[in-house]
Each structure stands twice: as structure tokens, then as C-alpha cells.
Design a protein around this ligand. Sequence first.
Ligand code: SF4
Length: 537
Amino acid sequence: MSLQEDCWQESIPKETARIGQIILKEDNLYRVLGDGVDKILTLEDFAHLYSTDGRGAICPIILSLVTLFQYVENLPDREAASLAAVRLDWKYAMHVPVEWLGFHYSTLSNYRGRLLEHGAERLLFEKILDWIVSEGFLKKQGKQRTDSTHVLGKVAVLSRLEMLWETLRVALRTLEKAAPAWYESAIPATYHEYYSVRQSDWKLNQEEVQKETRQAGQDGYWLLDHLQESGPENVQMLPEIETLKTVLEQTFTRSKDSGGGGGRKVRLRSAKRGECKQKVISPHEAQTRMAKKRGKGWRGYKLQVTETAEATAFLTDVRITDATTDDSEVLTASQDQLIADGRVPKEHLVDQGYVSGANLAGSEKRGIQLLGLMQGDTSGKPDGFRQEDFIIDWEQEVVHCPEGATSHLWQSRVKSNKRPGIYVRFSPSCRQCAAWGICTTSEQGRTLFLNGYHDFITTRRAEQQTADFCEKLKPRAAVEGTISMLVRKHGARHARYRGRDKVNLQAQLTGAAVNLKRLNQAMCDRRQNSHRMAITN
Ligand code: SF4
């Protein structure tokens, strides 16, 4: 599709402008947008999304605006497309004539697909932020705050057997489309008939479920083996086939060889052992993960939100991460994005989940003061000695315990979670110590792991006890209000689409819509203030 130079009218059509200026108040969001849209969006911004020839596309500025309106009002595609043809306030913002009939609702989905295809998912979010900057509402080197919330993915809860059936069904459907000739000759008709329809285990008893699960596992492995032996190369690595491999692996163990008796043996894993951070929970959305926070579980993603900590807060970074990604692992990416955008904060306010020694050190390197509470020292037994009860001599590379003993091993190590530090061990003579049993129950003596960022951690633990620090941290809490608003008014709790990239696009569009509303409010407040001042003067 190609971009038509004349698809956008810079001025509002006469009749639309006349009626709009009568019925829309000066501070109406759509009127403000209609009067200022040329400052933020031009056809050039979208040129890279379209080819130079082909059928003329519907104006991307109009599609961008309808997309923003649907996120401002939390509407589905069909409703947004039909309202575009009848709402005069929208028509005023879109610079279209009163009699304009709009477009088919599928155009909105195609337009989002185009944004994703060209890596332009942040385009509208950035454009609205640029407008906010140009209006002087974004302070340089100010305070910003970050928090996260869970997003429920568009996935059904499937039992283990249903998951296997569904994964096989999806894999077969993909193979049938991608390699029809091979599929026709290689897949038996009974296999195709059984697995090409949706199945449910709700009529089966426990024993039948076990039997069917094992059978589905064997059939799944048969398909993979057959595909590897005779299937075309281009289909071996298809995502649906990779998902089948993962689902089989997380459900079964398989013997290395046949042991002389037919095929390789397939054994069901215990349901608990199949649980892991990277567990696939839906063949339709292999990136969705199951996670738990404060005893509450969910299937989906996490939404990370960063906003300015001013009277009118503007969102500066929104991103979707895996549900299982720890908040502390996301902070670096968020700060790097803020630096790249030229919106680096002086102080970054966060909750305990984001604060780690590595993040304190990393933020300092970037010139950002990370403000948040460091977790308490949880090393050692609950009633025993904590790490902070030991005296660390970094120069001599020894540690003195509360009972006066000195460590006999000091070794640099990297933990399995990739965190570097110093492994310290006291000797087996701990067994003779009066505190043995309270301090440790190891026959080999007490061990400690000194975090590589020990100084940052101890300094933070000390400063977070001061009233000054608590005062500085107070504005952080307001980000929870923003998250609540995103969830209640803009549907951020539920993924509208399938796939992480699409859910990330949803987050960017939601962020852009919220910023647009807040910008309108800020401009309205500023107008009223200057009006008031003019009267008093
Ligand atoms: S158990 Fe070992 S490390 Fe702990 S207090 Fe006694 S001597 Fe010190």
C-alpha cells in the first residue's frame, strides 16, 4: 500500500470547523487535538511504513488519531471504527468533512500490524511526549518514579492433557499449511482426524486421563521424529513445532534409546516438576508465563510504568516484560531508554522490588540517584547471627564473627543467578562454639556470601533509617494511583491481543492516550491560571 500525499487535510473543513467551534468547548480534548495535530503528526512520520507504489492507503494520521481515541475511551476496534463515522468531535480532530463515512474496522488492526512490522510501536507515544516537551511540561533532570502491575494474557486455563491435544492440533494445522504435500503422504488419516479437532478431558476419569496423556505424548514424539526423518527443512524450526517440543519436554521424560523393545519409553513427569519459570502454558501464546506475587497468581505479562513525579505526571516509559521477570532486572532497560530519549531523571523513585546492589551501582554510573528501600538482611537463621553482625575486613580479606573467630576461606565466586561476590567460610571448629546451632548447624562451619555491591547495600540500609530519606521517598506512592487509573479506565489489566509484541504495542498506545489526556488537562489549567492572573492584575 502506498501513502497518498493528499490524504491529509491540513485545515479543518469549513462546515466541520463551524459546527465544532459551536458545540465543543475550548478545552475539549478533541478540539484541542484538532487545533494542534499538525504540530505533532505529519505524513512524513509515517512514510517509512508504506511502499512507494500500490493501492492508496487510508491516511495514517487519521488512523493514528482513531487509535488514540479508542485507547482514551477504551473501545474495541468495531466500536471505534463506527464512531469515527458519526462523532463530530472526532471528525473535528481528524480534519474530515461532516459527511465522511469512515472505514472498515479491520483497517485498525492492519494499521497496528504495520506499526509492529516496522518496529514503530513507540511512534505515537513518542509523538505525544514530544508535544508535552514542546509545551514545556517536562522538566529536565527532575524526579521520576517506576512501578509495575500484572497483565492477564488472552489464554484459557488448560489441563495437562488439553494442553497436549491443543499443542498437537496447532502443530498439525501449521504443518498442513506449510508443507501440504509432505503432510498428505506422511500423516495417517486417523492421526489427522483425532488431533485436528479440539478435545476436552471433562468426560474422562482419572485413569483415562493418564492413559490419554501418555498416548498424546507418544503421538507427539512420533510426529517430531517423523518430521526430523522425512519432513522438509523449512518447517522443522517453525515456532509451533518448537512449542510442541517444549510442551512435550515439560510434560514427559523420554529414555535415550529404545532398550530393544520398540520405541523410546515416555514417562509422565510429576505435575509439580513440570513447573518452572519458563513453562509454556498455551500453544496459542507461547510467550505467556504463569507467575505469582504476594500469593496471587496470574497468567500473562507485567506492565512497567515510569512517570514524572510532578504535580501533573506524564508517562515517560512504558514496557511489557515476561510475568516472571523480576522488577530489579527491568530497571536498567528503563533507565537506558530514558537516557536515549534525553529524559534522564536526577532522582528515580522505586519500591523495594527494584532496589539491589547492582541497580544502586548502575544508577550511580548513569548519574541517577536511585531512591528506594533495600530489603533487610535475611542471611542466617531467623534468631541467629545476620551478616551485619560480622565484621568484614576487606583489606585483609577476612571476616570476624560475633564470637571472635576468624574466617579461613575468602574466595571470589559468581552465584547461579550471575551475581558476583565473595564466598566466606569459617572452619569446622564452629562445632565447638557455644553459638553453634544458633549461628549455623553445618558441620563444616558457618558460610557467608558477601555481595559484590556490599558497600552500596550497607550504605542504603543505613540511610533509609533517616527521616530525610523517608521524606524524599514520599512522592513514589502516587505512581500506584496512575497504575490504578490505567487498569480501571484504560483496560490495562487485560491483554487485548495475543503475543508479547502486540501487548507491548497496547501498552504504548495506552501510555500515549493517558499522556494526551494529562496534557490537555495541564494546558487547560495553565490557560485558567493565566486568565485568573490577568483579571487580578
Ligand atoms: S558458629 Fe562459628 S561463625 Fe558462628 S559464632 Fe560460632 S565460631 Fe563464629
